[in-house]
Write a protein that binds this ligand. Sequence first.
Ligand code: C2E
Ligand code: MG
Ligand code: MG
Ligand code: MG
Length: 280
Amino acid sequence: RAKSDGRHIARFFDPGMQAAADRQSALETGLRDGLARHQFVLFCQPQFSIRGRLVGAEVLVRWRRENGALVSPGDFIGLAESSGLILPLGHYVLEESCRALARWRGDRALGKLKLAVNVSVQQLRGPDFPAEVAAILARSGAPSRKLCLELTESIFADDKQDLADKMHQLCGQGLCFSLDDFGTGYSSLAYLKRFPLAALKIDRSFVHDVHVDPDAGPIVKAIIALARQLKLEIVAEGVEHEEQRDFLARSGCYALQGYLLGAPMPIEDFESMYGAAGHA
Ligand code: C2E
Ligand code: MG
Ligand code: MG
Ligand code: MG
């Protein structure tokens, strides 16, 4: 008895677990402070049509810590989601993205681009999300037709009628939706028809070995054929090699995103690299 209690207590004070919990709460405090101190910055990755024309960009958030370290979303989005901080963070990202779209209006090259912004399921769950987006669009003066919200399949685990209603409300404001990381989640094909989607993004795990794995190629071809039948645009993510690009081109893919074409970069760099203003 005493022995099992002892073991129980010993487990409770497991120094490894305690250390992990301490790291989590330090990270959460860091995230909270980081938000207050505007340490989150927007990176942009270009998206090109299969013929090589720049058609858009995806916003990817980064956390620039006080010590100068640049932290990738993979290391903090999960905690931002479980702690609720994704709500102010998501708001900030959307607001900055819309300010960029408003700035780009006056630029011959940038003004044509669509900007894709990742949105978490928690954000869409909020009853006020459509109104929040409307307010951000109005305040920023961004053209809503250039804004695209990227959702992952996890969204479909939620109340589907509520989700469909919100998506329709948002579409009514002029923006559009794409389904990110397609094929990795638990999406039913029926959802592709039920929700107002404009595009599918083929997950990079499929793109990765499209030219070497005899199974990956047919899967990507099937996704592209499905998207075409449903009149959805298609973006392949994670394109790193020419062989992948060539395969995707032959398979009828519409747009490409990946290190081969351009890595994510600070939004200011993106603007000076692709904007017309500087070269006019
Ligand atoms: P995602 O939306 O699927 O974004 C694509 C990820 O692939 C990005 O990682 C991008 O940097 C990376 N990538 C782009 N091209 C290549 C390539 O050729 N090869 C490889 N291996 N990777 C490539 P990143 O920036 O680390 O973002 C990771 C994820 O974090 C994103 O995946 C997205 O789900 C999430 N995320 C990023 N920004 C936000 C945000 O503002 N809000 C929310 N809710 N999630 C975000
Ligand atoms: Mg994305
Ligand atoms: Mg993706
Ligand atoms: Mg992905």
